[in-house]
Write a protein that binds this ligand. Structure first.
Ligand code: PLP
Length: 285
């Protein structure tokens, strides 16, 4: 596999970043994951805009222009022959060759940028989406700026492990009695034809897929309520689902051992998945 590191395309075992890199030492880094379908990038623009916002919020410099970023994405997809898969992008604050809590001088320390691809045949026609996901609920103990897409993924990773141990597929996190989001996705339930999801704030990631799916739901005349909701409300729902750039719309069929509806993917989740994939592939670049 060919990867990209700070201006160079290299075989993955030749790519290097410093052990003093603040991404490695302090999780001082942000990332994006863009899906590839039919060899084209899904919602590149959305990811580029959010990356810029994450960098701005952390006073981090842009490592390159948006056009350069697009060029790197496309070249890696081509070099690695990706038809269906993902492009992972990470920008870190870099390193001045020492460890210090204080940010290094941006005049002399440039950000590091790393990209690599992951080949995922069957990403769109996913068996997991046909089955639907089983969810457990766990406490949300993450930091207070979840709107910034940082690489602090230890707790979400632990959440997935807790789910796996419980025989489930994923976890939804709950704070002060209300669902925030999934470990790597935004959370929704549907009751009496109304789609309910948590409003945007610093408490959740502003999902690229969330934005697109809510727009498509609105265009399809579906009712949407952006409000706080509890896990008990979701358990009593007709159906539920999650959204993310790498799993699109994923039906949820069980929450904390309670089956939703007849325990199979619901009609609205299935329809939104179809619409999302259809429109996103048409708009892919
Ligand atoms: N929430 C969290 C915590 C995430 O990690 C992700 C994606 O990685 C999402 C939501 C979904 O965001 P997007 O649709 O932009 O992938």
């Amino acid at each position: 596999r060919t990867v990209y590191v700070n201006g160079e395309y290299l075989p993955e075992d030749e790519a290097k970043v410093s052990i003093f890199d603040r991404g490695f030492l302090m999780a001082d880094a942000v990332y994006e994951v863009t899906s590839v379908l039919g060899g084209k990038l899904i919602d590149f623009e959305g990811h580029a805009v959010r990356l810029k916002r994450s960098l701005d919020e952390l006073d981090m410099q842009e490592p390159c222009t948006k056009d350069e970023l697009l060029e790197i994405h496309r070249k890696l997809v081509e070099l690695n022959g990706i038809d269906e898969g993902l492009v992972y992008l990470q920008v870190t604050r870099g390193s001045d060759g020492d460890r210090d809590f204080v940010f290094p001088d941006p005049e002399t320390t440039k950000p590091s940028i790393v990209l690599f691809t992951q080949n995922k045949p069957g990403l769109a026609d996913s068996p997991a989406a046909k089955k639907g996901a089983k969810i457990i609920s766990i406490e949300d103990i993450r930091w207070g700026r979840r709107d910034i897409k940082t690489v602090q993924l230890l707790y979400p990773s632990m959440g997935k492990m807790m789910a796996k141990k419980a025989g489930a597929d994923d976890a939804w996190m709950v704070e002060d009695g209300y669902v925030t989001e999934g470990t790597s996705n935004n959370a929704y339930f549907v009751k009496d034809g109304v789609i309910v999801t948590r409003p945007l704030s610093n408490d959740i990631l502003h999902g690229i897929t969330r934005k697109a799916v809510l727009r498509m739901a609105e265009e399809a005349q579906l009712k949407i309520e952006e409000r706080l909701f509890t896990i008990d409300e979701a358990k009593e729902a007709d159906e539920a689902f999650t959204t993310s750039a790498s799993a699109f719309v994923m039906p949820v069929v069980e929450i904390d051992g309670t089956a939703l509806g007849d325990g199979t993917p619901g009609p609205i989740a299935k329809r939104l998945r179809e619409i999302y994939l259809d429109e996103s592939v048409k708009a892919a670049i």
